[in-house]
Design a protein around this ligand. Structure first.
Ligand SMILES: [Zn+2]
Ligand SMILES: [Zn+2]
Length: 349
C-alpha cells in the first residue's frame, strides 16, 4: 500500500509540520494533530489511507508503484520508503518499507522547516567571499531536501575487569642516606559502566565522516515512530543490519570502557596493566530515523554534497570556490598594490 494523508477539509495532501506534533495542508493551511491523523487511519477513514502497491512480476524484485493522488508512476528502488510523486509532488509513503523488520521504534522529527534550512545553508560559516554566486540562488536552494536517515542506536552495559600491577615508591632515611623503595601491589579491579544510544548510520548513501561531524543529536527528542512524521521527506530502509555494525561500534565503546576503568585506579603512582576483559550484561540496538537536510550543489560539472543536522542545524560538507571570483579579487589586489607602489615612487623621487 502506498500511503498519503488526505486533508479532510480540501482533499489536498497533508505534510508533517517540523517542530510540532501536527500535520499541515499546504493548500488550505488546515492543521491536524498526528494522534488524530493516526486515529482516522485506525478507524479506516479514507482520509488516512489511499492507493495501492503494485508488484511487477519481472522477477527482479523491482516494484512498480503508482501515486494514489494522481495515478502517476513513482520512482522507487528496493530501499525507498518515503518519497514524492514526481508528477503531483504528493508525499508518498510505502507501507511495507515501514513494517516488520523495517519498522523503526522511534523517530527524531525535523525541528525546523525547509525555509529555515535554506537560510542556514546561505549563512553557513563554510561559505565565504570565494563561494560561487550560484550557491545562494533560488534554483540551488530549491534542491534542499529533508531526509530521514536510518540509524542504529546501540546501548551496552559492561563489567570491565582489569588485572595488573600497581607501584608506589617510598623514601626512608638511614642517617644521612635516602633510600627509595618500591612497593608492588596486585591490581584486580571490576568496574561497571553503561553506554546509552551510541549512533551509527545504517545507510550506504550517507558518508560516515560527514555524519560524525553532525553529531550529537538530542535523543530526548525521540518520539515513538508513526508514519505521519515521514510525510514531506524522503527515507530509505537500512542497508546495514544491527549485527553488521555492532562489532565496529562495540570495539570503540570497549576501548572507552577500559580507559574509563583504568582511570578509577588512582591509588598508585604507576599502573602496569596485564589484562582486561569486558563482560556485557546488556546489549541492545534500536532502529530509529534521524533528520538530515541535504543540499547537493552542482558546480562546473562536479557535485558537492552538504549535510545539516535537522535538529541542531550543524552543517558539514565542502563548497567549491569560484576561480573567477579568486581571479577578480587577485586582480583588484594587484592593481591596488601597483597604484600604491606608483604613488610611493612619486613621493620619494
Ligand atoms: Zn486542505
Ligand atoms: Zn501524484
Amino acid at each position: 500500500m502506498i500511503r498519503i494523508y488526505k486533508c479532510p477539509s480540501c482533499g489536498g495532501v497533508l505534510h508533517y509540520r517540523p517542530g510540532t506534533d501536527e500535520m499541515i495542508c499546504p493548500n488550505c493551511k488546515n492543521t491536524m494533530a498526528i494522534s488524530a491523523v493516526d486515529q482516522r487511519s485506525a478507524d479506516g477513514k479514507t482520509t488516512g489511507l489511499s492507493g495501492k502497491e503494485l508488484f511487477d512480476n519481472a522477477g527482479n524484485g523491482a516494484e512498480n508503484m503508482v501515486c494514489p493522488a494522481c495515478g502517476g508512476p513513482l520512482k522507487t528502488d528496493e530501499h525507498t520508503a518515503a518519497t514524492f510523486c514526481p508528477y503531483c509532488k504528493s508525499p508518498a509513503l510505502i507501507d511495507s518499507r515501514f513494517a516488520g523488520q523495517y519498522r523503526p521504534s522511534r523517530v527524531l522529527p525535523f525541528q525546523f522547516d525547509k525555509k529555515e534550512a535554506q537560510n542556514k545553508f546561505k549563512t553557513w560559516k563554510g561559505t565565504g567571499l570565494l563561494t560561487p554566486g550560484k550557491f545562494k540562488s533560488a534554483a540551488t536552494m530549491d534542491k534542499v531536501q529533508g531526509v530521514y536517515v536510518p540509524y542504529w542506536l546501540y546501548s551496552y552495559t559492561g563489567n570491565v575487569a582489569l588485572q595488573g600491577e600497581g607501584l608506589n615508591t617510598r623514601v626512608t632515611r638511614h642517617g644521612d642516606d635516602e633510600i627509595i623503595e618500591t612497593d608492588h601491589y596486585d591490581v584486580n579491579r571490576v568496574v561497571q559502566e553503561a553506554f546509552e544510544n551510541v549512533p551509527a548510520d545504517a545507510s550506504e548513501k550517507f558518508p560516515d565522516e560527514n555524519m560524525h561531524v553532525l553529531e550529537p543529536f538530542d535523543f530526548t527528542k525521540l518520539v515513538n515512530f508513526t508514519m505521519p512524521y515521514m510525510a514531506g521527506f524522503t527515507a530509505d530502509t537500512y542497508d546495514y543490519t544491527a549485527a553488521d555494525l555492532n562489532e565496529k561500534v562495540r570495539s570503540l565503546v570497549e576501548q572507552e570502557m577500559i580507559s574509563d576503568a583504568r582511570g578509577t585506579i588512582t591509588e598508585y603512582e604507576t599502573v602496569n596493566l596485564t589484562g582486561s576483559q569486558v563482560n556485557y550484561t546488556d546489549q541492545r540496538a534500536e532502529y530509529v530515523f534521524l533528520p538530515i537536510w541535504t543540499l547537493v550543489f552542482e558546480y562546473m560539472g562536479k557535485k558537492y554534497p552538504l549535510y545539516m543536522n535537522g535538529e541542531t542545524g550543524e552543517i558539514d560538507g565542502v563548497v567549491p570556490y569560484s576561480k573567477l571570483k579568486a581571479l577578480v579579487i587577485f586582480g583588484i589586489a594587484f592593481v591596488v598594490f601597483f597604484l600604491i607602489a606608483l604613488l610611493l615612487g612619486r613621493v620619494f623621487s
